[in-house]
Design a protein. Structure first.
Length: 221
């Protein structure tokens, strides 16, 4: 299996010119949901592209954190770091569970909503800090689904990769959240890995895709 690296020129090359099927990172705000401001982070892509994994490795550390040390991620007592740990049957008894902070691919909860099933797995990530209200960081771990799992396919051009309720949040997810995200998936040309995805504010609160100076794209052919 040969790997081809496609270089990126400029720190924000992908902010104005999309690379292959990944077109951006967007952050939706659900507003103040009772225990903080809830944000949902999506990878935006073309319809022929899917996401199988969010990962960190020696070539690119994965990190998701908070811009201000006074803030923290809300974690419900009955929730989990993964969307598979959030059972919607408990929402009537613990309404705040719906706004727990978790990572995912596509699915909002254990039921798989809106896909109908949730087969999310993880390997190598220590989520203990995240479960205590802090960030996520790894250079040797991933949360992922298999290529056969429907939840990696976009709905309305994007795939959810995490929900984060920020205690003390401002209402602006692009300002409150920090992160460098690597994703693996496939498009019409084959499999790919995208390194160093970031979000930057834009007029009208539209998200554009930024990349670190060392970011690159690796494609399997």
């Amino acid at each position: 299996m040969n790997m081809k690296t496609i270089g990126v020129t400029g720190a924000f090359a992908l902010a104005t010119a999309a690379t292959a099927g990944v077109t951006g990172i967007s952050i939706d705000s659900l507003g103040d949901t009772g225990n903080g401001v809830t944000y949902q982070v999506f990878v935006d892509m073309t319809d022929d592209t899917r996401i199988d994994a969010v990962f960190g490795n020696s070539q690119g550390t994965l990190s998701i954190g908070l811009a201000d040390a006074s803030m923290s991620f809300y974690q419900n007592l009955y929730g989990n770091a993964l969307s598979t740990g959030n059972n919607p049957m408990f929402y009537p008894l613990a309404p705040s569970l719906e706004y727990d902070s978790f990572v995912t691919i596509g699915a909002l909860d254990a039921s798989g909503n809106p896909y109908g099933s949730n087969s999310l797995l993880d390997i190598g990530i220590d989520f203990s800090g995240f479960e205590a209200g802090g960030g996520i960081e790894t250079d040797n771990g991933s949360w992922f689904v298999t290529p056969a799992d429907d939840q990696g396919n976009p709905i309305d051009g994007r795939v959810l990769i995490g929900q984060f309720t920020v205690v003390g949040g401002s209402g602006d997810g692009y300002a409150d959240l920090t992160g460098f995200i690597n994703v693996q998936g496939s498009d019409a040309n084959g499999g790919f890995q995208e390194y160093g995805l970031n979000w930057i504010p834009a007029p009208g609160a539209l998200a554009l895709l930024g990349v670190a100076g060392l970011a690159g794209r690796r494609r399997r052919r």
